[in-house]
Design a protein around this ligand. Sequence first.
Ligand SMILES: C[S@@+](CC[C@H](N)C(=O)[O-])C[C@H]1O[C@@H](n2cnc3c(N)ncnc32)[C@H](O)[C@@H]1O
Length: 259
Amino acid sequence: MGGATEMQSQDHVARNREAWERMAADYVEAGHASWASDEVTWGIFSVPETQIRMLPNDLAGMDTVELGCGTGYVSAWLARRGARPVGIDNSPAQLETARRFQREFGLEFPLHLGDAERTPFADESFDFAISEYGAAIWCDPYRWILEAARILRPGGRLSFLGNSVLLMLCSQADDEDAPVTEKLERPLFGMHRFSWGDGAVEFHIPHGEMIRLLRDSGFEIEDLVEVQIPEGATTTYPFVTPEWARRWPAEEVWKARKR
Ligand SMILES: C[S@@+](CC[C@H](N)C(=O)[O-])C[C@H]1O[C@@H](n2cnc3c(N)ncnc32)[C@H](O)[C@@H]1O
């Protein structure tokens, strides 16, 4: 890979750290509510776990890792179900919030400052890896999925949730807050890196590419859930309406198992 392209392909980690240092304060209240609740729900419409089943049935005794853990509430839910969670996140401010909540709720587990594309963990350290809008959208899949495969034990499971491919195709260029339309606003072919006006960078790839990437990284795919929100569900995010998300999947969940 040439120098300029290589630099461009690496700079998202620094850019996303800057963006999350700015955004962290906006995530304290929602993070606190999720720590305080024992009901597991997912994504921007709070879809119940019973509908999409991100988690293994029995977490007791499992070593788990949350890739891009933010304020850490997912790992707190895992801990309360008997797992031994570890979180990693790229933003010191997000981890500071997570540590404050750990003290408040009396639930401590290891939190690492670092890049989910290059973690400090040994090979085959975990039984389950999860990301809800963490590495799932902020890391380059061609890096973080290989890293997840490295740190999972054979038979270990990976679940991740983020914006759906369809939603990204209907999103208007360069403004992450503009509501998605009912038109294909962007090409599918070549989709990978999305740069926003605030400097943040996200990644979304077509389903066929994700299937090949997961398989080539050593995973068997167990499911792809195109999430339909329950009737009456709402969101505080401006970029998609409940009406849209009742008709099309605003979010998708991938579940895979390491061979
Ligand atoms: C939306 S939060 C995810 C946490 C939580 N599930 C949620 O939805 O609020 C996204 C997190 O991804 C983290 N992140 C972004 N790039 C990352 C990277 N390269 N490695 C680890 N974490 C990263 C951010 O710092 C941020 O805390």
